[in-house]
Design a protein around this ligand. Structure first.
Ligand SMILES: [Zn+2]
Length: 393
């Protein structure tokens, strides 16, 4: 049995609530409650000793003997939810709320606990209703707003997510400052797909008003420019993205090729890439890595970047030096090497979240694991080999 939920149930549902309840009664001058029943203490003891089934039995006995012990009910509700017995947690919290004599602070706590049960059960409409009430003010206001934000992100209800983000921003409690710009980009992306170009543009403007030079908005603005037959503007927008965010090279490269092709300027690719690569090795390597992964090395300029990359990327360079001490001799060998790197990369996850470590085969703006924005980065061969960046060659 895992210790984590046992600890959380103990801390979250039992000890703190018990202390809080006792403390509150003392502060308010109301008669002090009776001490915890022996069954309750026995239940806690079982929890500590990782015997959750016996803990539940003891807690149920405690509730049966003393139905007024609020803290026991909270501990029990939290325990049920942690065990995945959400129906029972819901019943416990609903019973608490139904008590006419329940203090307002406990009623609020029970409402929030019930909302957590509904979230856990996937009953988002019921959770939303409770959370909207709690978000009006009080102890659980910020927590409720954050939960609402998660629900709207999950349901892709971006208008509502934007409204909640504004409320959190007003009280200075946004966890993800760029989230709102992403919400506008999500709306713009859908509008673009539906051919609603003006609506797409409006939301891209709003995204950039929230976050100046927001890379995702630049990429979408480039898509919009291509649809509007203004490839030169698309190239201008795309040109600035890798400098700011080299990790987005994989998003930039195909768009850049599309924009140049639309403008009849395929020949400019070499100069543009040279220009970008001149801004630093990070940018050059990110572009080369993206080109190798996409299998897009037909342009000589990209092949040249790939040649530099295989000589510089620590894990690849080590293999190359062992097998080809004189370096990569010719184009055919370089292409075979890049094809092998691509096959290897496609077998492994290509992106990893810097926040929670979630790995994915494709790119996400929002991590599917921890729901953070902008935390997925491409994995290089050195990352996959477990080498620290810049390790000796
Ligand atoms: Zn994550």
């Amino acid at each position: 049995m895992h210790a984590s939920w046992v600890e959380a149930a103990l801390i979250g549902g039992g000890a703190i609530v018990g202390w809080y309840a006792t403390h509150r009664w003392r502060v308010s001058g109301a008669p002090a409650p009776r001490g915890p029943s022996s069954d309750y203490l026995e239940g806690l003891n079982y929890l500590v000793n990782e015997q959750p089934d016996r803990a539940v039995e003891a807690f149920l006995r405690a509730v049966a003997v003393d139905r007024d012990t609020v803290e026991t009910q909270f501990a029990l509700g939290a325990l049920f939810r942690r065990r995945g017995e959400v129906d029972r947690a819901i019943r416990v919290h609903q019973n608490l709320i139904a008590r006419e004599t329940l203090e307002p602070a406990f009623r609020e706590q029970a409402s929030y606990a019930l909302a957590q049960d509904y979230l856990r059960a996937g009953l988002y409409d019921r959770a939303e209703k409770l959370l909207l009430e709690l978000a009006e003010g009080g102890t659980y206001r910020i927590a409720a707003l954050k939960d609402l934000s998660s629900i709207y992100e999950l349901e892709r209800d971006w208008d509502k997510a934007i409204a909640i983000h504004h409320k959190l921003a007003r009280i200075g409690r946004t966890d993800h400052p760029t989230a709102i710009a992403h919400y506008h980009c999500e709306i713009a992306e859908a509008a673009l797909a539906a051919g609603e170009l003006d609506r797409a543009e409006q939301h891209l403007d709003m995204a950039r008003a929230e976050q100046k030079r927001f890379p995702r908005a630049m990429l979408l603005a480039a898509d919009l420019a291509i649809v509007r037959k203004d490839p030169a503007d698309a190239v201008r927008l795309l040109r600035s993205v890798p400098l700011q965010s080299p990790q987005l090279a994989g998003e930039v490269l195909p768009r850049l090729v599309r924009a140049l092709t639309a403008a009849g300027r395929e020949a400019d690719l070499a100069a543009l890439l040279g220009d970008l690569a001149g801004d630093g090795k990070d940018v050059a390597d990110a572009i080369a890595h993206a080109a190798i992964l996409a299998g897009a090395l037909s342009a000589p300029a990209l092949l040249a970047l790939a040649r530099d990359y295989v000589g510089r990327e620590p894990a690849v360079a080590e293999t190359v030096a062992a097998l080809l001490p004189e370096g990569v001799p010719d184009e055919a060998t370089l292409r075979r090497l890049c094809a092998a790197l691509r096959r290897q990369a496609l077998r492994a996850p290509r992106f990893r979240c810097g926040n929670c470590g979630f790995s994915a085969a494709s790119f996400f703006w929002q991590c599917p694991g921890c729901k953070s924005w902008d935390t997925l980065k491409p994995l290089t061969p050195s990352d996959l080999a477990g080498r620290p960046p810049g390790a000796a060659r």
